[in-house]
Design a protein around this ligand. Structure first.
Ligand SMILES: Nc1ncnc2c1ncn2[C@@H]1O[C@H](COP(=O)(O)OP(=O)(O)OP(=O)(O)O)[C@@H](O)[C@H]1O
Ligand SMILES: [Mg+2]
Length: 253
């Protein structure tokens, strides 16, 4: 039986463990990386430099190759550098729909109430949300996709009423001081998962969490709630190991 392949769009930093780097470690041979931008280092490293990729050529060429090879693929959409990349990805989705079995979207736009992408990305994100089967925002990103004046549950309900077939996984919800959690919602699923919060910040934990989730849910075909729970604990394990090793880089275990 042929391997499940994940065509993954996100950033690729030379130094540091974020974007496509942990995805490659965790999903290894299953991953077909399509970098939206190359960086000398992750954005937390002072003086990092960005250099653009031939994104359209890479994405279309990759999907054409997958089609010619008789593959079925999952399309993962992470960090987009330009809004035009979102529009091109939607166009490619319709062109290669016969080989794309599902679309998973991590709508990377911001964190902790701060937006770090250009405004046009915020405007284009609903177009890629419309083709997504699973969306995995943090609460800042959920607030961009839904009405800002609603609470988290209200925002989820609003998205579900607009996209009834969507599965929504809201990550990184701080509850009590020492807890962090995830809400999973679809028409069939209502599940909250909370676990221990470690008061430390490593860049790339969101990418690590999503990579483990894809590995559990898509590759190993574990149930949706168990895939999320396992991914959260695997991410926690990476954080603990990284603290133990004493550096500022997130280690995947
Ligand atoms: N400090 C932490 N302690 C415990 N678990 C964590 C911590 N940080 C992240 N996690 C786990 O990883 C999941 C993803 O959270 P994270 O904040 O990394 O997502 P994000 O905001 O989308 O991405 P990022 O913060 O990397 O930009 C959380 O739901 C949680 O399960
Ligand atoms: Mg976060």
């Amino acid at each position: 039986m042929s391997q499940t392949k994940i065509v993954a769009i996100s950033s690729f930093p030379c130094y540091g463990n974020a974007g496509l780097k942990p995805m490659l470690t965790i999903l290894s041979g299953h991953l077909i990386p399509v970098p939206s931008i190359l960086l000398t280092a992750t954005s937390d490293i002072p003086g990092f430099i960005k250099t653009s990729t031939a994104f359209e050529t890479l994405l279309e060429g990759t999907l054409e190759f997958c089609k010619d090879s008789g593959m079925k693929v999952v399309l993962f959409c992470g960090y987009f550098y330009k809004a035009s990349q979102i529009d091109f990805t939607v166009k490619m989705y319709y062109k290669y729909k016969v080989i794309i079995t599902s679309v998973i979207l991590d709508p990377i736009m911001g964190d902790d109430g701060r937006i770090y992408v250009e405004k046009e990305i915020l405007n284009s994100m609903p177009r890629i949300l419309a083709i997504a089967n699973i969306v995995i925002p943090n609460i800042t990103e959920l607030g961009v996709l839904a009405s800002g004046n609603l609470d988290i549950n209200g925002q989820i309900q609003e998205l579900l009423s607009q996209h009834p077939a969507l599965t929504i996984i809201v990550k990184s919800i701080r509850s009590k001081k020492e807890r962090i959690g995830i809400k999973i919602r679809s028409l069939q699923t209502y599940c909250d998962i909370y676990h221990r919060y470690i008061p430390v910040k490593f860049g790339g934990t969101g990418d690590v969490f999503v990579s483990y989730f894809i590995n559990n849910y898509i590759i190993n075909k574990i149930s949706l709630p168990q895939s999320v729970k396992k991914a959260a604990h695997e991410t926690l394990k990476c954080i603990k190991k990284s603290i133990k090793l004493g550096g500022n880089e997130l280690i995947c275990v």
